[in-house]
Design a protein around this ligand. Structure first.
Ligand SMILES: [Zn+2]
Length: 71
């Protein structure tokens, strides 16, 4: 019997996929910003552009831009 399997982790943020698109330009999103008012997705370019303004008020900031560099 296996009882170690965890199927739901509400606290964790799922990683971004190719279906996630930047809210600014429609490019593939690599940054997910969780705000009190909702969620925003940005590509690497716009994520860096908005970081200074949004990061202080963001609940969470998921940055997967290293995936771009890993290619
Ligand atoms: Zn963009």
């Amino acid at each position: 019997m296996q009882s170690t399997e965890i199927e739901q982790e509400p606290e964790s943020i799922s990683s971004l996929t190719a279906a996630d698109r930047c809210d600014e330009c429609g490019a593939q999103a690599y940054i997910r910003v969780e705000l009190a008012t909702g969620e925003l997705l940005f590509c690497g370019h716009h994520g860096n552009e908005k970081r200074e303004a949004l990061q202080p008020i963001a609940i969470s900031w998921l940055d997967e831009t290293e995936k771009l560099l890993a290619r």
